[in-house]
Design a protein around this ligand. Sequence first.
Ligand SMILES: NC(=O)c1ccc[n+]([C@@H]2O[C@H](COP(=O)([O-])OP(=O)(O)OC[C@H]3O[C@@H](n4cnc5c(N)ncnc54)[C@H](OP(=O)(O)O)[C@@H]3O)[C@@H](O)[C@H]2O)c1
Length: 482
Amino acid sequence: MSDKTANIGVVGLAVMGSNLARNLASREGNTVAVYNRSHDKTEHLVSTHPEAGFISTSTYEEFAASLSQPRTAIIMVKAGRGTDAVIEELVKVFEPGDIIVDGGNALFTDTIRREKAVRETGINFVGMGVSGGEEGALLGPSIMPGGSDESWVTLGPILKSIAAIAEGEPCVTHIGHDGAGHFVKMVHNGIEYADMQLIAEAYDLIRRGTNKSPAEIADVFAEWNGGELESYLIEITAEVLRQVDADTNKPLVDIILDQAGAKGTGAWTVQTALDLGVPVSGIAEATFARSLSSHAEQRAVSRDLPGPAQALTVDDADSFIEDVRLALFASKIVAYSQGFDEIRAGASAYGWNIDLGAVSKIWRGGCIIRAQFLNRIADAYRDAVELPVLLTAPYFVEALGRAQDAWRRIVSISAAAGLPAPAFSSSLAYYDGLRAERLPAALIQGQRDFFGAHTYKRIDKEGTFHTLWSGDRTEIEAEDTH
Ligand SMILES: NC(=O)c1ccc[n+]([C@@H]2O[C@H](COP(=O)([O-])OP(=O)(O)OC[C@H]3O[C@@H](n4cnc5c(N)ncnc54)[C@H](OP(=O)(O)O)[C@@H]3O)[C@@H](O)[C@H]2O)c1
């Protein structure tokens, strides 16, 4: 081991950890100690990147000894048991006041558990969401750290130096205590699922409606990227659609198997939303659409189910494409509004003080959902910190007003033509549900009272009531049982 001292260390040197370590090492003033369970990975990284000046270590003791105090280590290992195993080892060799950061994709409830356990040793534990994939880790990710205020004092300057920069501001902020960072990263991924599904539905409708080739549709997306939809995901969609398969000379998108994978963060976002009672229907539809796509056997036996007689027919391709663009924009507003709703509900349930405007700003660079549009979200929360529903902010009201006719046309056209557009249509249903003066939830309350004596409230007087359905059907005052 070298006798140099490192101010930060990285444990876990697969693609994310080694890129993050290189990013850290490239910033003025940093010396980075590195450790990986299988030492050959450490040796490989150190030998292929001599310019980084890494301190190579082969045991946790050596790793701890190479760090100046307070010791700060970022763990980038396979989330789950791997993270627990590394924490267990680091706690043995670290001291009170040191900082252990988990930069993997941990479930926020695991982070809450780990923070509590590690805190008892006097060591700080920070759960940190990192977005941007391998390129982001190397060049500048969007970083969502939780953990204590004390850890942020040490970590803040380091993280600001490696984060992406958007409009002059580093894409990192102290999100809140314990699991807040991983919670926000989870919702980021959920929104990413919705955004990707919406883009996929837009592509599918344009292709079927206009018979344009993938390369021609790539031009449509490239053009959209110059307007209000400007974002990384729209940009890469054009790239993917333009790609030609070298073996077959066909568009790559036609050669890729149409079964979408998932690593679980979309499902976590939906499961957590269900627990919190937050309707994130766009994210849920996007997650379910991936599951449906991967059920090859069910799809095979269902292929001959009856569909509509008429296929999609479009008279004016340009105005159809503009309708699709507006439907995409409106549905995207819904997805983000639902995601921020979940963060607000999570903050309230777990006691985090999360600045929603700051969250939208750190997503403007480095991460997968980076987009111009996030500035509008930041404006909305700047003007009304307690905004109950993001899509009621003036900018979004104007955009939805402009888009809604097209949105309705696209949802009805796709339903009539038998084309699945689950995220477009559920986003519209959510929007109309929010707008409704009265919802049929009143009937549901009546049904619940009928079969389970679950009681109901009335619109005209205070109190809780039950109808004696199996008796004389008079109404009595009752205890609220929900
Ligand atoms: N890939 C992405 O785009 C992305 C984006 C954001 C966040 N993340 C998160 O970042 C983390 C790292 O991702 P990755 O793709 O670079 O790597 P990964 O494939 O998720 O994990 C491999 C790394 O984990 C280590 N590891 C696994 N179990 C271990 C254990 N029990 N003890 C010690 N080390 C253990 C491996 O060490 P060995 O070499 O010894 O096997 C290796 O360094 C993950 O939590 C991932 O979810 C990934």
